[in-house]
Design a protein around this ligand. Structure first.
Ligand code: ZN
Length: 240
């Protein structure tokens, strides 16, 4: 089994997204703070946003929910090979998943654009107390969160691995994704073409529902633990 997760599972842990319409986030424009072109032009905009919404603290207070934990359990029992995720919050790893393919990067890691040195978001938060934009302590280069901004390519090794897993699995389980953006809109199709069953758990209907073998319009945090707790039906064994 391979799981594919999207924003739906993170939302259940209280992770805000740029689609959120309330709070501090509306003060900042995602077409600026999440765009590579704008970032290179005016990196301070992103770092003011990062500082004002107290970005690392947001993620610190968000905990993996029962949906994340259920996927980690499935990996431990050998039924799940990996999680492919569009999320950037690192909650799968925190829940105990060890094989996570991150299509959009990870927001808890900040990387120097010159020398690739990595910093934690907490460390960089401290650095922004004295300087915005923060600069690499080794080479003075510009720092950028290790996430895919609008206008950037997805990490090609992650995309390659995601396809390889989709092509080899028996069951492709979508959790909390509406499957509209590339490559989310194509990986499940590829899994199906290669013979996998497709199961979709999402609060709303998705464009892929007609292709799926089963669709559950439900929350991941309540549904996944129930599925795992349900014992598999026993095959009838002839009495001797
Ligand atoms: Zn550097």
């Amino acid at each position: 089994m391979v799981a594919f997760t999207g924003a739906g599972i993170s939302e259940e842990s209280g992770i805000p997204t740029y689609r959120d319409t309330n709070g501090l986030w509306t003060k900042y424009d995602p077409s600026k703070y999440a765009s590579i072109d704008y970032f290179l032009q005016d990196p301070s905009y992103y770092w003011h946003f990062f500082r004002e919404v107290r970005y690392p603290l947001l993620f610190e207070s968000a905990q993996p929910n029962p949906g994340h934990l259920a996927l980690a359990d499935l990996e431990r029992t050998g039924k799940l090979r990996c999680v492919i995720t569009q999320n950037i919050d690192g909650l799968h790893q925190e829940a105990g998943s060890t094989r996570v393919i991150e299509l959009h990067g990870n927001t808890r890691i900040i990387r120097c654009l010159e020398c690739s040195k990595e910093f934690t978001a907490e460390k960089v938060y401290e650095m922004t107390e004295t300087r915005i934009p923060p600069l690499c302590t080794d080479c003075g280069g510009l720092l950028k969160p290790a996430v895919v901004f609008f206008g950037e390519q997805l990490p090609q090794d992650a995309v390659h691995d995601a396809y390889a897993e989709a092509e080899a699995c028996d069951l492709f389980l979508v959790v909390g994704s509406s499957l509209v953006v590339y490559p989310a809109a194509h990986i499940p199709v590829r899994a199906k073409e290669c013979g996998a069953r497709l199961v979709i758990i999402n609060k709303e209907p998705t464009v892929m529902d007609t292709l799926a073998d089963a669709v559950l319009n439900a929350k991941a945090g309540t549904t996944l633990p129930q599925i795992i707790a349900t014992p598999a039906p026993q095959r009838n064994t002839p009495k001797t």
